[in-house]
Design a protein around this ligand. Structure first.
Ligand SMILES: Cc1cc2nc3c(=O)[nH]c(=O)nc-3n(C[C@H](O)[C@H](O)[C@H](O)COP(=O)(O)O)c2cc1C
Length: 155
């Protein structure tokens, strides 16, 4: 039987593994909310149905060459036309990792989210260098907070 639980879509891309560590922890925190189904995917494997079916989205991207990872941009490219009028107000949060900056990736994702008219519900996270355990605990908490907010309908 198909699940009736609200879904939180968590998409990420990671070439070198750092964002995978971060996204794993975000998804782990989100999964603590039992009434929420966490749909956790590589951006390359996510499609427009994942987006249309979710009640919130979290996006994890490394900064490559001053902007978001190409596969994150690809997800937006593939879904925009079909989803732009159907996901207005979707709660979203972004977490970025970077070698020394990350602001370009964050700004570009925020611009695209503005085009979709999504709603930022938590402060985005930008982690420079290898994430410390405290950063990862913070991401777990962020995941749980987003999931709980969606569950309670407060976002
Ligand atoms: C091709 C490439 C381009 C990068 N460009 C930037 C950049 O513009 N700014 C920055 O702060 N870090 C940059 N980095 C560093 C990555 O953002 C950083 O190593 C990140 O943690 C990689 O995440 P990943 O291991 O999940 O792929 C770049 C790394 C690569 C491989």
């Amino acid at each position: 039987m198909e699940s009736k639980r609200k879904k939180l879509l968590v998409i990420y891309h990671s070439q070198g593994g750092t964002m995978k560590i971060m996204a794993d922890r975000f998804a782990k925190g989100a999964s603590r909310e039992e009434d929420i189904e966490v749909v956790y995917k590589n951006a390359a494997d996510a499609d427009v149905d994942d987006l249309l079916e979710c009640s919130g989205i979290a996006i994890g991207s490394p900064e490559y060459f001053g902007t978001m990872a190409g596969m994150i941009k690809d997800f937006f490219d593939r879904t925009y036309e079909a989803a732009k009028d159907k996901t207005i107000g979707l709660p979203f949060v972004v977490f970025v990792c970077a070698g020394n900056d990350g602001r370009g990736a964050l700004a570009q994702i925020e611009r695209l989210a503005t085009a979709y008219k999504w709603k930022q519900v938590q402060e985005h996270r930008r982690i420079v260098g290898h994430p410390a355990e405290q950063d990862l605990l913070d991401l777990e908490e962020l995941g749980q907070t987003l999931a709980a907010g969606i569950d309670f309908g407060i976002f």
